[in-house]
Design a protein around this ligand. Structure first.
Ligand code: PRP
Ligand code: MN
Ligand code: MG
Length: 179
């Protein structure tokens, strides 16, 4: 285990098992629909890579980079598009892939943008959900795990851009982000 991690909250095996289940559900729900699967960079890149391998329907992928946290542990409330999509979402069944929903601000902003661009449908799959953090009314269509109110890192999730490469979800030692 990484030295800055206090505790492993969700193991690599649990994550991979959950992704198998999500992939099976999504394969069923998107049968015959050629969805456009959008990865919300940077946090969702690890989940995206593992998830699309488990979705057994023809699909396309694209990437969008937005940021609301910066180097803080709290959302700033300001969502910034850092990189936009390459393709049009018009008349597409869009599936947004997120690593975690906290306040809900990032996704409510993204969903609004994609509807404004005339997507046929917009759904969200998130691996983690922290319902206690919500400031806007937003629910994912597909959720992997509910997470308690702790600052977690790993499997794509960062603190000040570190720890994204951990294959599990860990709780950071408090001295790491309070110093
Ligand atoms: C994190 C996370 C989600 C978002 C969730 O991204 O990856 O995208 O915050 O928080 P919210 O529901 O309160 O909006 P972040 O802004 O840290 O950018 P990153 O993905 O590049 O780490
Ligand atoms: Mn993110
Ligand atoms: Mg982040």
């Amino acid at each position: 285990m990484h030295n800055d991690i206090k505790e492993v909250l969700i193991s690599e095996e649990e994550i991979q098992q959950k992704i198998l289940e999500l992939g099976a559900t999504l394969s069923e729900d998107y049968k015959g629909r050629n969805p456009l699967v959008i990865c919300v960079l940077k946090g969702a890149f690890v989940f995206m890579a593992d998830l699309v391998k488990r979705i057994e329907v023809p699909l396309e992928i694209d990437f969008m980079a937005v940021s609301s946290y910066g180097a803080s542990t709290k959302s700033s409330g300001v969502v910034k598009i850092v990189k936009d999509l390459d393709v049009s979402v018009e008349d597409r069944d869009v599936l947004i892939v997120e690593d975690i929903i906290d306040s809900g601000l990032t996704l409510s902003y993204l969903i609004e943008i994609l509807h404004g661009r005339n997507a046929k449908s917009v759904r969200v799959v998130t691996l983690f959900d922290k319902p206690s953090g919500r400031t806007v009314n937003l629910e994912a269509d597909y959720t992997g795990f509910n997470i308690p109110d702790a600052f977690i890192v790993g499997y794509g999730l960062d603190y000040a851009e570190h720890y994204r490469n951990l294959p599990y979800i860990g709780i950071l030692k408090p001295e790491i982000y309070s110093s």
